[in-house]
Ligand binder design. Structure first.
Ligand code: G4P
Length: 194
């Protein structure tokens, strides 16, 4: 997605060869016009999949997910992150480890919002090691629902997430794919840009 690629090039800050800061349009301040286009692109990519719900994880996944949900005219659910839970019967829970933040969270979704007949599009802002996306997919499957696909705004293709998701049998579509952050600059996996 050209618009997003340009935004990453113009406003992204390479913090290290592993971390890209995009807090001027995605992770802190958010660009609604860009998010609208992001939602449209996900809708185009997953058109015809019979999506009934969009699922993301708080907090930065919420903006792209609500815009995709708006295009499909379906509800958007965001999974909540909590430190650690005593077992509860009314929620689905998966443990998700963040390599970036080096902490584990219990990720939860109320059983009120996912059903066996749902076809769920999972959306997240970043794909690094795939922990969050795979955790969300497990929650969908706990509900007996189907994962229609996984849509990512920025994939770091040099980390393991995309491959892990494909190996698990899910379709993944990333709007931009970062090949490398080395030497302080962003380079893209050019052939995969939409
Ligand atoms: P994974 O889910 O793919 O395994 O990723 P990882 O554990 O490494 O990422 C955990 C958190 O760090 C996520 O945010 C993710 O969006 C963020 N993250 C990963 N790589 C980058 C990066 O290069 N740049 C930025 N800016 N963020 C990155 P989170 O903890 O869910 O935070 P938030 O959604 O509340 O902002």
């Amino acid at each position: 997605m050209k618009l997003l690629q340009d935004k990453v090039l113009n406003e992204g800050i390479v913090l290290s060869d592993q971390v890209l800061k995009v807090d001027s349009f995605l992770n802190h301040q958010m660009d609604p016009v860009l998010m609208k286009e992001v939602g449209r692109e996900f809708a185009r990519l997953f058109e015809g999949e019979g999506i009934t719900k969009v699922l993301t994880i708080e907090s930065s996944g919420i903006a792209p997910a609500i815009m995709a949900a708006l295009e499909f005219e379906v509800p958007m659910i965001f999974a909540r992150k909590q430190k650690s839970l005593t077992l509860r019967e009314d929620i689905y829970v998966e443990k998700v480890y963040s390599f970036t933040k080096q902490q584990s969270n219990d990720v939860t979704v109320s059983k009120k919002f996912l059903f066996p007949n749902d076809k769920v599009l999972i959306i997240d802002d970043f794909l690094a090691h795939g922990e969050a996306a795979l955790g969300l997919a497990k929650i969908v499957e706990q509900a007996g629902a189907q994962v229609a696909g996984i849509g990512i705004v920025i994939e770091k293709s040099f980390q393991s997430g995309a491959q892990r998701i494909k190996d698990a049998g899910y379709r993944v579509e990333s709007l931009v794919r970062v090949a490398s952050l080395s030497e302080g600059k962003v380079s893209f996996v050019t052939e995969a840009v939409h």
